[in-house]
Design a protein. Structure first.
Length: 399
C-alpha cells in the first residue's frame, strides 16, 4: 500500500463519470474505496464500449483500484447493511440526484448521528440546494450553462463542447479536494462534515479569467485556438502535421527564420498589441510560411524565439519520450477469459516524494469484494452473508 491517504476508507455510491472520477482520485492517493453497485449489474452490462476482455473500458478506467460490492438499496436489509458499513468508514461519496440518499434513509443527517467523524461528499449538477438543485445534468448541459461553450469554437462557427468531459472531471476533482480538505480539518476538530460540490460551479470556477474580463467590460467570444490577448497564440499547420505557437520573444528573428523577413517591419505586425489587432491578416501569412517545413524542423528552428510544441494526436502523445519518462501512462491488466490482456490508463499527476500515489490495480468485477467487505469491514459472519446472498439482498462474484 502507498499514497498519502492510506488508512482512509471510503464508501462510494458514485456512478457515471463525475463522481467516479472524484473517488478515483482518492483511490489513486491510497484510500480504500468501496464502490456500492446495484445487484442487477454484471460485467457485460456495466458501462459503455469499447470492451476489452469482456470489460467496459469506460467503466474500467475510472474504477481502477477500487473494491466493489453489490447491495440492493431498495430493500430494508440492504439499507441496514449500508448503515452498518457507514459506522466503519471515514468518507461517503455519492452523486445521486439531490435528496436520493435521504429518501433511501442513508443521508447525511442520519449517518452523521451514527458516525460524527464521517465526511459525506456529494457531487451533482447544480448542488444540494438552490433553484436548479433537482435538475438532471450531464457534461454538455454544464458546459452550456456555465458559459464555457460560448467561448469554445471558431469565431464563425457554432458553440462547441470541449473534447473532454471537463464538466464531469472538474466536478469530480473538486469533490476529491473537498474530501481531502475535510479530512485535514477533522484532524483538528475530530468532526466530519458535509461536502457539497456542483459541476456547474466547478466549471465556472475554471472560467476565472473570462469572468474577470467580463466584469471589466470585455465580453469573451469564440476565437478558436487563439488567445484573447496575445498573437500569435494558436495552432498552425506544418508540412506533415501541426504545431502550437504561443507568443514570440524576438519578432524579427522569428520572421527571418520563417523566411518572411518582410513581416518583421510591417506596420501591422511590429508589436504584440498591433499584431493582435491585425490577426486576420497575419494568420494566413503564417499558415503559408509554416506549411513549408515539417513539425520536427520547426521545433528545432524556432525553439529560441518562441514557445512551440507539437500538436499531438492521442496515440502520438502516448509515444512522447517525456510522457514515458515521467510515468504519465501506466499499463493495467484486464482480468477475463483471455490471459495477458492489458490497457493503458493515465497515472496520477501528483508526484509526492515520500508517499507517491500508485496506480497498479485493475477495475473490479461486479460484486468482486462483496463477501470480503461485509466480513472484514461490517463484521458479518459467513452464515449471515450466505443468508443475504440467498435472499437477493447482496450479490457477489464467486471467490
Amino acid at each position: 500500500m502507498a499514497g498519502p491517504l492510506v488508512g482512509v476508507r471510503v464508501l462510494d455510491f458514485t456512478h457515471a463519470l463525475a463522481g467516479p472520477f472524484g473517488s478515483m482520485i482518492l483511490t489513486d492517493l491510497g484510500a480504500e474505496v468501496i464502490n456500492v453497485e446495484r445487484v442487477t449489474a454484471s460485467d457485460e452490462t456495466r458501462g459503455l464500449p469499447p470492451f476489452v476482455n469482456g470489460r467496459s473500458t469506460y467503466r474500467f478506467s475510472i474504477e481502477r483500484g477500487k473494491k466493489n460490492i453489490q447491495v440492493d438499496l431498495k430493500r430494508p436489509e440492504g439499507i441496514a447493511l449500508i448503515l452498518r458499513l457507514a459506522d466503519h468508514v471515514d468518507v461517503i461519496t455519492e452523486n445521486f440526484s439531490p435528496g436520493t440518499m435521504d429518501e433511501l434513509g442513508i443521508g447525511y443527517d442520519v449517518i452523521s448521528k451514527r458516525n460524527p467523524r464521517l465526511i459525506f461528499a456529494s457531487c451533482s449538477g447544480f448542488g444540494q440546494w438552490g433553484p436548479y438543485s433537482r435538475r438532471g445534468a450531464l457534461d454538455v448541459i454544464i458546459q452550456g450553462m456555465s458559459g464555457y461553450m460560448s467561448i469554445t469554437g471558431e469565431a464563425d462557427g457554432r458553440p462547441m463542447r470541449s473534447g473532454a468531459s471537463i464538466g464531469d472531471t472538474l466536478g469530480g476533482t473538486f469533490m476529491a479536494m473537498g474530501v481531502i480538505s475535510a479530512l485535514y480539518e477533522r484532524e483538528k476538530s475530530g468532526l466530519g462534515q458535509r461536502v457539497d460540490v456542483s459541476m456547474l460551479e466547478s466549471l465556472i470556477y475554471n472560467l476565472e479569467n473570462a469572468i474577470i474580463r467580463t466584469s471589466a467590460g470585455e465580453v469573451p467570444t469564440r476565437i478558436g485556438a487563439r488567445h484573447p490577448l496575445l498573437t500569435p497564440f494558436q495552432s498552425f499547420p506544418t508540412k506533415d502535421g501541426w504545431v502550437v505557437i504561443c507568443g514570440v520573444r524576438d519578432w524579427e528573428s522569428f520572421c527571418f527564420l520563417l523566411d518572411t523577413p518582410e513581416l518583421a517591419h510591417d506596420d501591422r505586425f511590429v508589436d504584440s498589441r498591433i499584431r493582435h489587432q491585425h490577426h486576420g491578416e497575419l494568420e494566413p501569412l503564417l499558415n503559408e510560411a509554416l506549411k513549408k517545413k515539417t513539425t520536427s524542423e520547426w521545433l528545432a528552428l524556432l525553439a529560441d524565439v518562441t514557445l512551440i510544441a507539437p500538436l499531438y494526436t492521442v496515440p502520438e502523445m502516448l509515444q512522447d519520450p517525456h510522457v514515458q519518462a515521467r510515468g504519465t501512462i501506466v499499463t493495467l491488466p484486464v482480468p477475463g477469459p483471455q490471459p495477458g490482456v492489458t490497457v493503458k490508463v493515465p497515472n496520477s499527476p501528483m508526484h509526492l516524494s515520500r508517499t507517491p500515489p500508485v496506480v497498479d490495480k485493475p477495475g473490479p468485477a461486479a460484486g468482486e469484494h462483496t463477501r470480503q467487505v461485509l466480513r472484514d469491514v461490517a463484521g458479518l459472519s459467513s452464515e449471515e452473508i450466505q443468508r443475504l446472498e440467498q435472499a437477493g439482498v447482496i450479490k457477489s462474484k464467486a471467490e
